[in-house]
Design a protein around this ligand. Sequence first.
Ligand SMILES: Cc1ncc(COP(=O)(O)O)c(C=O)c1O
Length: 409
Amino acid sequence: MFSAIANMLGGGRDAVSKAGANSIARRCVDDEATRMRLHYKPYYHTFEAQRGSRVVRDGREFVMLASNDYLGLTHHPKVLEAGRKALETWGASTTGARLANGSRVCHVELEERLAAFMGKEACHVSAAGYLSCMSAIQPFSRKGDLVLADKNCHSSLLAGIQAGLGENLRFSHNSPESLAELLAEEAPERPKMVVLEGVYSMEGHIARLPEILRVCEGRNCFFVMDDAHGLGVLGPGGRGTAAHFGSTDSVDLICGSLSKALASTGGFVAGSRPIIEFLRTHSKQTIFSASLAPVQVACALAALDVLETEPECCARLWENTRRYKEILADFKFDTWGSETPAVPIVLGSRERTYIFWQKLLENGVFAVPSLVPAVPPGKDLIRTAVSARHSTADFDIIAKALKAAKSLW
Ligand SMILES: Cc1ncc(COP(=O)(O)O)c(C=O)c1O
């Protein structure tokens, strides 16, 4: 069994001996999930070129239907120019943490601009959204606190919860009713944290924020919302989910990623000044990790400029979302009630999802399968996302590929 798997992985005896003689190294060679991934190859595809909304792999062009380039700004001339200039001014890296040698004026400028944009007093940026989301929870969660998180929260939020010291309970996805039931069993004065996403990345659902805030009234709750997929997409001028509901002041921390609508990499946490300063004192993800590279800071700043001065990119995103959802509705696909440009196509089993995904690929569309346990049982799906950059020609290819995939059953 062991050597058969090693052979399948392509290494045979060599892989076994390279893996070494200890249990943990052998466990890696024997891992079922890795074996399946390497056999079916649904992930880690490498593109040799990108042209607008198209990517090239093995000389063949695909419409990219899996990126989070919601506003289509990754190749915007202003973003590219800002990146080039920053690279020349600041070099490739700060080679240090913000707390030590890694702070530059561009970091402070981005933080002030993001805070003002989202209607918060202060902001802290870091090298990845994953770190930012962890840091929005870990330092604030103390022994004796209760952390109540939506069951479908992103892995980065769950990592932050696990790194904190508070007790953790999960409420049913986007269900104020389920949250209310958990709250009813707790003393109102116990310190609590409520963790949710503004737009759920896999499902495309918008948080039922007003109802969730209502059930938490008088319950001593600190609110953390990951708006990685809401910033630049929802709310007036793309100001995000809290602004969409006019509830910015009720959410203590808004965290998220710069790698979606803002076409860069990195992450942010925005809140009141005392809360952000507390985070800078206590967040391990901030203190012990090198700062966001200035080139990425500059790209995010330029993308924010574009978002503020060219609101038509946001309008184009929603127009494209409408067009795409019309196509999906014509084929009667189950899109899990997605309300946003993040649109799942729910297929319900690993096999169906895999075959569907392959058919899309054969027909020139690149999307990504998401399988149990990454999604709830029975919800295996293809995760797709619309970009403002998708063209009529792209949608024609997408429609044909969906038709071919649908014809399989
Ligand atoms: C909801 C959500 N939060 C956080 C992250 C992490 O962001 P990053 O890719 O910048 O680390 C992601 C990215 O997948 C996300 O979808």
